[in-house]
Design a protein around this ligand. Structure first.
Ligand SMILES: Nc1ncnc2c1ncn2[C@@H]1O[C@H](COP(=O)(O)OP(=O)(O)OP(=O)(O)O)[C@@H](O)[C@H]1O
Ligand SMILES: [Mg+2]
Length: 260
């Protein structure tokens, strides 16, 4: 459903990502791991057509359900983003407008993609919040982002991003800002949503423990290149890459449990 072939991405003359490959099937979860600056965010933003700083895909192709994304018009992107392809970033709370309540923002988001009354959009928002284990969705809807904890804000972000049952969710460090217990809960909830909605997920994480716990596939990046890629078990138990083995040795635990 998502395919990247030989993708090279540059901000300057020097490519930031080189010859990137990925094939993601329906309902599959793939993690991208690797050190800071290795190009993880660049890959995710390229898939969304949202490269910052004049970044460009200079080679290769990106296909979503067989259709090339790189030639999408603004109008085609508008239809795709937030519905079939959805995204979540490190601190959704920082992304959302601090001066408007969650409810206002959630209702507006729903109504830009669906013809639906304010009341129905509100109810849909409350339902999604409760799906993400946020008790009393009505109260959350009436809150301002700064009134919520980081973990709650991130749950709100995930609830929003899953509203239209996206076929593909791109998540850039969705849990990195949170404590390990909250990380573990959120990762588990994302997996439940994946099982129910059959959403494919591409998850960027620093934490190989998170990747090991949730992924079907793992891609390891370094300096803009894939240094290792394969099924979860191939990477965890059969990798011959020294870089991967060093990452594995440094894995922290997730919610008190080590998954590798
Ligand atoms: N807007 C930009 N303009 C110019 N160069 C950029 C821009 N964004 C990223 N880069 C460069 O691209 C390379 C990859 O950066 P990227 O943000 O994709 O890494 P990352 O793996 O997501 O790192 P981190 O783990 O710190 O988030 C880096 O060398 C970075 O300097
Ligand atoms: Mg990044």
């Amino acid at each position: 459903m998502l395919e990247l072939n030989n993708v090279t991405i540059s901000y300057t003359n020097q490519p930031a990502v080189c010859n990137f490959h990925l094939t993601l099937g329906q309902g599959e979860i793939c993690s991208i791991v690797g050190e800071s600056g290795s190009g993880k965010t660049t890959v995710v933003r390229a898939i969304l057509g949202l490269l910052s700083g004049g970044g460009q895909v200079t080679e290769g192709e990106i296909r979503f359900e067989g259709k090339p994304l790189l030639s999408n018009t603004k109008e085609e992107w508008r239809k795709l983003r937030g519905t079939d392809i959805s995204m979540i970033f490190q601190d959704s709370g920082a992304m959302t407008n601090q001066t408007r309540t969650i409810g206002k923002q959630f209702v507006e988001y729903i109504r830009t993609h669906e013809r639906i009354s304010r009341k129905d959009a509100w109810d849909k928002g409350v339902y999604m919040l409760e799906r993400m284990c946020l008790p009393n969705g009505d109260n959350i809807m009436k809150s301002y982002p700064f009134q919520l904890s980081g973990g709650m804000r991130q749950r709100v972000g995930i609830a929003m991003s899953m509203t239209f049952r996206p076929k593909l969710l791109l998540a850039d460090e969705p849990t990195s800002a949170l404590d390990v217990t909250t990380q573990a809960q959120i990762v588990r909830q994302m997996m439940e949503l994946r099982n129910e909605y059959k959403t494919s997920m591409l998850v960027v994480t620093h934490n190989l423990g998170v990747a090991a716990y949730m992924s079907d596939q793992i891609v390891v990046m370094k300096n803009g290149k894939i240094v290792d890629a394969g099924s979860r078990d191939d990477i965890l138990y059969r990798s011959e890459s020294e870089y991967t083995r060093n990452l594995l040795n440094a894995v922290p635990s997730l919610g008190g449990v080590r998954y590798v």
